[in-house]
Design a protein around this ligand. Structure first.
Ligand SMILES: [Zn+2]
Length: 215
């Protein structure tokens, strides 16, 4: 540290140390390219701009790790305007509601409409459109439909795998979606309440690493 210039050095800030649940005073914060790169007392970092901290408590931008923006009945820009003032700077969204109605057209709209807004929007691809074969959705998204999207850097993985019967029965299209996520080095979110024992083991074995009810 101190060898290259960072963008901003904030001196003597009061911060919320969220990991340890405490407020800490007189802390310097080095920021570069929009990221906090160092925190500590009497930092030696060299910076383009050095500022004395303002009053109040400094916190990092909050990340909403799972949200369906369209469920708020707002466009991504309208959603951004409402959440940014409260500190949420990033949202990981699963547009499965709009995809259930409008398929790829809905997915493409969400990607485009969130590309150049102040909120940093990342995506998980809707894994189950429709949620199950018994649902009357407006569209279907197959593994073939989803495949090109995995190349997009804003797409982090496969969202809420809620069609548990499809996973456990080895449904070919579902297994293809899971394989596409894994092969592109992306994550798979789960949604499997009340799943136990061998069925849970089989569900986890396909690469699911979280559960919607725990998010
Ligand atoms: Zn959800």
């Amino acid at each position: 540290m101190g060898r290259s210039l960072c963008d901003v050095l904030v001196k003597k800030a009061t911060i919320a140390d969220i990991a340890n649940g405490r407020i800490v005073h007189d802390v310097d914060i080095a920021v570069d390219s929009g990221y906090i790169v160092d925190i500590g007392r009497h930092l030696k970092a060299r910076a383009l701009h050095v500022r004395q901290a303002r009053e109040g408590i400094y916190v990092p931008g909050f990340i909403d790790s799972h949200v369906h923006i369209e469920s708020s009945f707002l466009s991504p820009a309208g959603f951004s305007d409402l959440v940014l003032p409260f500190g949420t700077t990033t949202a990981v969204v699963d547009p499965h509601e709009i995809a259930n109605v409008a398929g790829q057209t809905g997915l493409d709209y969400m990607l485009k409409a969130s590309a150049e807004i102040p909120l940093d929007v990342r995506f998980m691809l809707p894994s189950c459109v429709p949620a199950s074969p018994f649902e009357s959705s407006g569209a279907t998204l197959s593994a073939k439909d989803l495949e090109p999207y995995f190349q997009n850097d804003r797409i982090l993985g496969l969202a809420e795998v809620m069609d548990v019967p499809a996973v456990l029965s080895g449904n070919e299209d579902m297994l293809k979606k899971l394989a596409l996520a894994r092969l592109s080095g992306k994550v798979v979110d789960g949604h499997a309440p009340l799943l136990f024992g061998s069925e849970l083991a089989a569900y986890a074995a396909v690469g699911v690493r979280s559960d919607h009810e725990g998010s």
